[in-house]
Design a protein around this ligand. Structure first.
Ligand SMILES: *[C@@H]1O[C@H](CO)[C@@H](O)[C@H](O)[C@H]1NC(C)=O
Ligand SMILES: *[C@@H]1O[C@H](CO)[C@@H](O)[C@H](O)[C@H]1NC(C)=O
Ligand SMILES: *[C@@H]1O[C@H](CO)[C@@H](O)[C@H](O)[C@H]1NC(C)=O
Ligand SMILES: *[C@@H]1O[C@H](CO)[C@@H](O)[C@H](O)[C@H]1NC(C)=O
Length: 501
């Protein structure tokens, strides 16, 4: 095995150097953003064996580093560089020079997932207005990896889809809307350069983006045979190659493909992938990318309007490691944009691809500001129950914050099994009308439970498509943040928030 790998490695290295020239790895390029201080950016590339390489950074500050090509590659770690630019980077040996121009330092965010992350800026609502704004953000720089897969872990990307670019309407039209909108909102907030690395592919399950280490933790055997859905193939070709890059954090929009594939494992596979990416990026960057880098994600939006199928609600719950909100003890330094209230019934790209990505990205940026940048007083969590009180007549729910409520007969449901049993998604649920509400409380009728006995569980918005656009019954006081869906069982509740009379 080691011999085979060695041969492949030498082949790769010599392939890049048949002419004995120096080069940068594929994802370094003109107009790129490198991670700013206090972290240190990594630069690496290929070259003829044993060549002495001098790497110059020139711009507002200058740096010079010497390194020798070994095993066909050279690699340096810059001293920390403050946000700004422009810089040039040149790598020079006796016989060859490779250079990068118009390089900025700022925060680099990786954008991963499936089709809703891939969803292009040209496809969203008000796309032309959004694209026309691109010229206002010359310091937000996108890059996109090509859609490639591999059965083995690769050292460099097979292909680049969009090299680093200064945004123009034409190119931006092809770039991820969620990634772009997140980046430009973060720029407005931080006022320094933002690098965006899109590496995602439609219709792909989490297994394809996970290393074998992460999959093993959840006992995930491969049972899918379509090429891009195979275990680790996208991790190998689209994530592993960029591990050397120092990044600030990652955002992720995925889960639809796991609604009917290893759905019950998602509460294991998702946190396991996050942990593994963190470990691998930290290791690959020589300790520069934080071991707990912030990881944001979008909780699944909607798919089928009148569906009673519970796979989307289940995945939404699993996306939080069955807790209902993040960050939580299992998923530290994560943030989530709730999106179940943003359905798009007439999307020409199918209802699974809602065109409102502006709200999704905006909600993500609230989480990033609070969790990744430790900004105080940025509300980013929708209301969540802290106390549930049940009687023969009603159920009172107390939230952790002030709420804005609109009436509903059936957004809340109760499970009343009549016998002692923990309630699950497959149990018998009855609708519970909202009777009245206060600043932080909602009172539900438990009338429909009376015949069968006590209330054993309560759940909220447990439907694929629980409400109309921005029309869910519970929001934060400001109406900006929707309450995330939950299922809380009286007997299986992890935290004892349930009392009964
Ligand atoms: C970077 O290189 C370009 C041309 O290659 C040159 O015009 C520019 O002055 C250089 N900038 C710095 C900061 O060295
Ligand atoms: C890599 O992806 C691009 C397009 O995304 C495709 O054209 C190319 O053939 C792929 N290369 C390999 C080796 O699969
Ligand atoms: C990271 O950089 C080193 C060069 O130091 C290179 O050998 C390696 O293949 C690069 N990529 C990964 C994924 O480790
Ligand atoms: C439940 O809520 C209602 C309405 O806010 C309130 O009148 C009632 O006292 C509450 N019950 C308990 C036991 O707190």
């Amino acid at each position: 095995m080691a011999v085979t790998l060695g041969v492949i490695f030498i082949l790769l290295a010599s392939f890049h150097n048949c002419d004995g020239h120096l080069s940068f790895a594929s994802y370094y390029g003109d107009h790129m953003v490198l991670q700013k201080s206090p972290d240190r950016a990594v630069l690496w590339g290929f070259g003829p064996e044993e060549a002495q390489v001098t790497v110059f950074l020139s711009g507002p500050v200058t740096q010079k580093t010497l390194v020798t090509v070994t095993g066909g590659t050279w690699r340096i770690t810059l001293d920390p560089v403050d946000a700004g630019g422009p810089y040039n980077v040149t790598a020079t040996s006796q016989s060859s020079t490779a250079s990068l121009t118009d390089v900025l330092f700022g925060d680099v965010w990786l954008c991963g997932g499936q089709s809703n992350m891939y969803f292009k800026t040209s496809q969203i609502f008000s796309a032309s207005e959004e694209l026309a704004l691109s010229a206002k953000y010359p310091h937000v720089r996108p890059f996109m990896a090509a859609l490639n897969m591999s059965e083995t872990e690769l050292t460099d990307l097979i292909q680049v889809e969009l090299p680093w670019f200064v945004p123009t309407a034409n190119v931006l039209a092809e770039f991820s809307a969620v990634c772009w909108l997140f980046g430009r909102h973060m720029y407005e907030n931080l006022k320094y350069p933002i690098g965006l690395v899109e590496s995602c592919w439609g219709g792909t399950p989490i297994e394809a983006w996970s290393s074998s280490r992460a999959l093993q933790q959840c006992g995930l055997e491969q049972t899918e045979d379509s090429p891009k859905e195979r275990n680790s193939v996208l991790w190998n070709a689209m994530i592993h190659p960029v591990l050397n890059m120092t990044i600030k954090g990652a955002i992720w929009y995925q889960g639809e493909s796991n609604a009917d594939y290893h759905q019950d494992k998602y509460s294991c596979s998702f946190p396991a992938m996050i942990d593994d990416w963190r470990m691998a990026f930290h290791h690959g960057s020589g300790g520069q990318t934080a071991l707990d880098f912030p990881f944001g994600f979008v909780q699944l939006s909607t798919y089928e309007k009148l569906s009673t199928d519970d796979s989307f609600p289940n995945i939404r719950w699993h996306q939080t490691a069955d807790t209902g909100f993040v960050p939580n003890p299992r998923m530290k330094k994560t943030f989530m944009a709730v999106a179940l209230d943003l359905p798009d019934e007439t999307s020409p790209y199918g209802t699974i691809h809602p065109r409102d990505k502006q709200d999704v990205a905006y909600r993500l940026t609230l989480g990033a500001r609070a969790v990744a940048y430790n900004e105080k007083d940025v509300p980013f969590l929708g209301p969540f129950p802290t106390q549930i009180l049940s009687t023969q007549m009603y159920v009172n729910i107390t939230y952790d914050q002030a709420i804005s409520v609109t009436p509903s007969r059936d957004i809340f449901e109760l499970c009343c099994p009549g016998i002692w049993a923990p309630c699950g998604p497959k149990s018998f649920w009855v609708p519970a009308q909202i009777m009245q509400w206060g600043p932080t409380t909602i009172q539900l009728s438990s009338l429909l439970c009376q015949l069968s006995g006590e209330v054993a569980a309560v759940r909220y918005a447990w439907k694929d498509w629980p409400c109309e656009f921005k029309g869910c019954p519970v929001y934060s006081d400001s109406r900006i943040l929707p309450a995330p869906p939950f299922i809380i069982s009286r007997y299986a509740s992890k935290r004892s928030i349930w009392t009964s009379y």
